[in-house]
Structure formats: structure tokens, C-alpha cells
Ligand binder design. Structure first.
Ligand code: GLN
Length: 197
């Protein structure tokens, strides 16, 4: 296949569903567990999970430094939920007890912004970038972006909070687009990856 290969960091969380969604969008997708898996990828998805645990697993797998280098070099990425927390420049309360985030999206994220696990919810979001139909978004102990820098385009809002945003080739979302059959956000990301090749 001549198209891009998208890696999905597969240390924790719903990575298999991201692989399914990317495959549905007609792109090659593979699990990334070790630095060698990342080497052949043109882009990466950082899925949801728990950001402190994910941070620890990035260290034990040896993925943190190669990921940081590839992201700094402009590799397209899509961070969802805990993956968003790993992509932004600053994380607020409770600050994950690990190394600094990758800082590829100029935004301040607040973890667990909606409260505890039981406060998880679904809602319809208007996201013009993917078309007029609302997108059913699943928020699971989700973060929000409390502020974003001038280089960041906010693509989706939930009340007054930015919950989907893009800076250059990096997309971040507070919610879990892999959990519904609606592939429009993955398709948007795949198109972004193709544009940047
Ligand atoms: N609350 C989690 C964290 O702070 C993120 C939740 C998720 O990825 N669904 O890491």
C-alpha cells in the first residue's frame, strides 16, 4: 500500500478500536509497543487510558524519547483523552506524576475536568470541520482544554471548553471517537496525515 501507516500506541486503553477505525478509513494501522514499531510509522495515535500509567509505560517500553523526537520533527499525531494530556504544553490539577508532556499542542489541559468516573457522559457536538451532522462524543473522566495558544484551531466545544483542537498536523480530543461507529474524526485525521506527506 502506498498510503500512510498510522501507528497506535498500544500500551493501555482502547487501541484495538483505533486500529479498526483507521482501517475503516482505508489506511494501514499497526500497534506500537516498542521503538522499532514506531520506526515504520508516518503518524501516531495516542489513545485514552490513564495518563500517569501511560507515562510510566512510555518509560518502561522505551517509547518516550523516540516519540518525543518524532513529534518534535513534525510527525502527525492524534491524542484522545489521556493521549491529549500527553500532547499539550501544560497539565493542571491533578498534575500527572510523571515527566513533562510532549508539548506539541499549545494548550493548557485540566485532567478529570468533569469530575469522577461516574460523571462520564455522552453528548452531541457540533464540529463543522467534519460536516453538519452532530458527532456523538463519549467523555470518560475526560480532560478539557482551558486555554489554547494562537496557533491552535479549536474544532469542537462542549459548553465553554475546547474539546477538539488542532495545531498543524496534531489533533487532540477530550472524548473517545473510537467508541462509536462514526469514523469522521478518524477520517479527518487520516486526511491530515495524507496532506502532510
Ligand atoms: N482521566 C484520565 C487521565 O487523566 C483520562 C481518561 C481517559 O483517557 N478516558 O489520564
Amino acid at each position: 500500500m502506498n498510503g500512510p501507516t498510522v501507528g497506535v500506541v498500544a500500551l493501555q486503553g482502547a487501541f484495538a478500536l483505533h486500529i479498526d477505525a483507521l482501517t475503516d478509513c482505508g489506511t494501514a494501522a499497526r500497534a506500537v509497543r516498542l521503538p522499532a514499531d514506531l520506526a515504520g510509522c508516518d503518524a501516531v495515535v495516542l489513545p485514552g487510558g490513564e495518563s500517569t500509567t501511560m507515562g510510566k509505560l512510555l518509560d518502561t517500553s522505551g517509547l518516550r524519547d523516540p516519540l518525543r523526537e518524532r513529534l518534535a520533527a513534525g510527525m502527525p499525531a492524534f491524542g484522545t483523552c489521556a493521549g491529549l494530556i500527553l500532547c499539550v504544553t501544560e497539565v493542571l490539577d491533578p498534575v500527572p506524576n510523571d515527566a513533562s508532556p510532549f508539548g506539541v499542542v499549545d494548550a493548557v489541559a485540566r485532567r478529570n475536568a468533569y469530575g469522577r468516573q461516574v460523571e462520564s457522559f455522552e453528548t452531541d457536538l457540533a464540529i463543522d470541520a467534519i460536516g453538519p451532522e452532530p458527532f456523538r462524543a463519549v467523555f470518560i473522566r475526560a480532560p478539557v482544554m482551558e486555554s489554547v495558544g494562537p496557533g491552535v484551531d479549536v474544532l469542537g466545544w462542549q459548553n465553554d471548553h475546547a474539546v477538539l483542537a488542532r495545531q498543524g498536523p496534531v489533533l487532540v480530543g477530550s472524548f473517545h471517537p473510537e467508541l462509536t461507529g462514526d469514523r469522521r474524526i478518524h477520517q479527518y485525521f487520516v486526511d491530515l496525515v495524507k496532506e502532510s506527506m
